[in-house]
Design a protein around this ligand. Structure first.
Ligand SMILES: [Zn+2]
Length: 227
């Protein structure tokens, strides 16, 4: 099992040692998707599987895909590259601060909107885009190309630090998300701005504000993240 951008890619094989056929099952969980693995014969896992949308029988296990809101997708691909977004992964060794600066240089969009595009940088969603910009003290409305080298450096470090910590804590849970072990995401308690409109900024005490950029909410501190 691998992650490419926001996609969970599961390698499947069939056949004999002489002729193995390989496919990649590429799963995008979106908002409420959830993968459950049930070792064969373990009926208790299947009983717990609410909102079951797909059931895949593998050798020695059953893979279940549950999704309350049905935004999730499953794709069968011949290679992992088919599923991979074109953007660089934030953890790729190719993504250096210099490379990020070069990518940002032509960005006319607001930095928050730019960060959500999967064709330059893959894997960053709405929650972490706000959190990363707060950590880097960059106003979400700034044009991507306006960031200077110091700011790009701060953004680069915040990106890796926050995503690393979020992964360690199994992400952020708001409604009923659970990971494949049935655990909820523990990163929610570390959120500094997301869904904290009107609450005091942890850094300066100013009230966190919300604005809408391309129909998505952005949360920021107007005092720490100045234009
Ligand atoms: Zn602040």
């Amino acid at each position: 099992v691998q992650r490419v951008g926001k996609v969970v890619a599961i390698e499947l094989q069939r056949g004999t040692a002489r002729s193995i056929e390989r496919r990649w099952l590429c799963v995008h969980l979106r908002m409420t998707g959830r993968l459950l693995c049930s070792p064969a014969g373990e009926a208790s896992v299947e009983r717990k599987a609410r909102y079951l949308r797909a059931r895949l029988e593998l050798d020695g296990a059953v893979l279940l895909f549950c999704d309350l809101r049905r935004f999730g997708t499953l794709r069968l691909c011949r290679s992992i590259d088919e599923a991979a977004p074109t953007g660089l992964d934030p953890f790729s060794p190719e993504l250096t601060s210099q490379r990020l600066g070069a990518l940002l240089r032509n960005g006319k969009q607001a930095i928050k909107v730019w960060l959500l595009r999967q064709d330059r940088l893959a894997g960053l969603g709405n929650i972490y885009a706000s959190e990363v910009l707060f950590a880097a003290r960059i106003d979400p409305r700034r044009p991507a190309s306006s960031l200077d080298r110091t700011e790009v450096g701060r953004l680069y470090r915040a990106l890796r630090r926050i995503l690393n910590k979020a992964i360690q804590h199994c992400g952020t849970t708001f409604s009923d998300f659970q990971d494949s072990r049935g655990e909820i995401g523990g990163y929610r308690r570390f959120l500094k701005v997301y869904k904290r409109e009107g609450m005091p900024c942890a850094r300066c005490g100013e009230r966190i504000q919300r604005l809408v950029q391309q129909q998505r909410s952005t949360f920021y501190c107007p005092s720490c993240q100045t234009l």
